[in-house]
Design a protein around this ligand. Structure first.
Ligand SMILES: [Mn+2]
Length: 289
């Protein structure tokens, strides 16, 4: 399996791709276990050259795709991911996890946080994922940011529009120097939001967790818990450019979750692949400020 049709060794930074086709922790629509393969296939169909930026991903990155990791339960999958990470170095390796539901990247965040105590997570999502338990488990996809918050991770949540009262109460009392949230109706211009996030991240290492339901479901209908009113494609592409304009935060790792492709349609995975391509183009060009 190839990613962006760019296999190493070649030019640019190596990105280690970890597919995790697991959806045991979803609560509504299924299909996220098909996300990694759909993403990888779509990524190989798009042009690696971005004419708007006049940049080619082939000059900036190549991808080493690891064998998929899954398991019978969320706990087993988390243990399997942690095992794979033992052979990698969080200070050197840029790991790109492709889920799967949004429970699966927690071990990756925890791995980076152990190496970088100041790790700051940028969380793009329609949902806050701050529940303590959901449907009886603390490992649900609705709980991942709560688990990260307990670890002491700093986070900036972007695009929220489906939040329960328990989560809202928590958001109101978390200290603003370590935890921020911006709702979908507060996005404003991509440049202004990028400036706010750059100030929040500062020189700390940045991890991005991207639940594809952050985007409008008109663009990415293939997701398990769609919410209307999400980010547009243009907004997000301009946001990535502004986040790393000149130079920006150092990207240490990322994940993309909750892509549940619709049979017979390539739209959702293609939109997501284009968004991740722009994220990597701008992030790898501008990292290390
Ligand atoms: Mn979500």
């Amino acid at each position: 399996m190839r990613c962006f049709d760019l296999q190493g060794p070649s030019r640019g930074r190596q990105v280690t791709v970890l597919p995790v086709p697991f959806e045991g922790a979803v609560s509504y629509g299924g299909g996220a276990s098909l996300g990694p393969q759909a993403f990888l296939e779509a990524s190989c169909q798009i042009e690696s050259y971005d004419p708007e930026l006049d940049l080619d991903l082939a000059d900036l990155a190549h991808f080493a795709v690891l064998p998929p990791v899954s398991g019978p339960t969320a706990a087993a999958v988390q243990a399997a991911i942690a095992h794979v990470l033992q052979s990698l170095d969080p200070r050197q390796d840029l790991v790109f996890l492709i889920g799967g539901d949004h429970s699966v990247p927690f071990p990756l965040m925890a791995w980076y946080h152990a190496a970088f105590p100041e790790l700051t997570v940028l969380h793009l999502d329609a949902h806050a994922d701050l529940r303590d338990r959901y449907e009886g488990t603390p490992l649900s996809h609705a709980c991942i940011l709560r688990r990260a918050q307990e670890l002491g991770v700093r986070a900036f949540q972007l695009g929220l529009r489906s939040v329960c009262p328990e989560e809202m109460a928590l958001l109101r009392c978390l200290p603003k120097d370590s935890w921020r949230a911006r709702f979908a109706w507060e996005l404003g211009s991509p440049e202004a939001m990028a400036a706010e996030i750059r100030a929040f991240v500062g020189r700390r290492p940045l991890y991005i967790t991207f639940d594809v339901d952050a985007m409008d479901p008109c663009l990415v209908p293939g997701t398990g818990t769609p919410e209307p009113g999400g980010m547009s494609y243009r907004w997000l592409q301009e946001f990535w450019r502004a986040l790393w304009q000149g130079a920006g935060p150092r990207l240490v790792g990322l994940d993309v979750c909750e892509l549940a492709p619709i049979a017979g349609s390539q739209v959702s995975q293609t939109v997501v692949a284009k968004v991740v391509q722009r994220l990597l183009l701008t992030g790898l060009r501008g990292e290390g400020a």
